[in-house]
Design a protein around this ligand. Structure first.
Ligand SMILES: [Fe+2]
Length: 271
């Protein structure tokens, strides 16, 4: 009799253990994303990039995420072509270390060229086809070599040009169709200034570390990009045959035709 009781206790223990394991396995993808972001950005801040291992960890979590994990379907009204050019932003989370949100783009809508000062940004295309064009700043060394740089032009006279122009190197100029790996940009590399053009309806899950913060100087700045030939300037340190890989960037006000609307996120909750 006693042996049977013990066996029964053991069964209860095994049963509880397997339930616990099942619960652990059942962590929702969006919850896993939040938990991973907390770990990855814990010791980061402005201009402080997560370690390569941590970048890899977060990229792997994002890589597995789908539209269903955030409760989205391409036939939702956000993505209707009649909605264009209105882009909807679904806010999932923001703290001083990172933010998580989703841009819902109807076909042909555009998020114009803008920057991500001092940030590391992960963008995961959940569905659809999107064209990404991105740039990094360029500066010159004392030897005249072209190097990426985050130093303001006034601090680097060789990179100061008339009309508020600043030299940038083209990083990406391609179409992406989901499913594809997340794209990652860094404070001074990876295409810190980018422009998204929706070729079809699409949704982009964005993780920013740290988030924009006007009070801390992380303001979202918009830019025009001009071919180098439009503004001939002496002493531009770019060989003639490589000029297509560079552009002048010029600050602009937020475009009037850009309509970014916030809407409630109704997918699985982050706890
Ligand atoms: Fe962006």
């Amino acid at each position: 009799m006693r042996i049977e009781e013990n066996r029964s206790d053991e069964k209860v223990k095994v049963s509880n253990e397997s339930k616990r394991k099942r619960r652990k396995k059942k962590m929702l993808p969006v919850q896993k994303l939040y938990k991973t972001c907390k770990e990855v950005f814990a010791s980061c801040g402005p201009d402080i990039v997560p370690s390569p291992e941590k970048i890899q960890t977060l990229a792997a979590v994002l890589d597995k995420m789908t539209q269903a994990d955030v409760g989205l379907m391409p036939d939702m009204p956000f993505f209707d072509s009649k909605q264009a050019p209105i882009i909807t932003y679904l806010h999932l989370h923001e703290c001083d270390k990172f933010s998580i949100g989703i841009f819902c783009l109807p076909p042909l809508s555009v998020i114009p060229l803008h920057n991500h000062p001092q940030m590391t940004v992960f963008s995961k295309l959940l569905f659809g086809t999107m064209h990404i064009k991105s740039y990094d700043w360029v500066a010159t060394t004392d030897e005249g070599d072209v190097v990426p740089d985050d130093v303001a032009p006034v601090a680097n006279p060789s990179n100061s040009y008339p009309d508020g122009l600043r030299l940038a190197k083209l990083k990406v100029n391609s179409e992406f169709t989901a499913p594809c790996s997340p794209s990652i940009l860094y404070p001074t590399d990876g295409g810190n200034m980018h422009c998204f053009t929706a070729k079809t309806a699409c949704a982009v899950l964005d993780v920013l570390g740290p988030p924009y913060c006007d009070a801390e100087g992380r303001h979202c700045q918009y830019y025009f990009d001009h071919p180098l030939a439009n503004f001939p300037v002496d002493g531009v340190p770019v060989p003639e045959e490589e000029k297509d890989g560079y552009a002048w960037l010029q600050e602009r006000e937020k475009p009037e035709d850009l309509v970014l609307l916030a809407a409630p996120y109704n997918g699985p909750k982050i706890i």
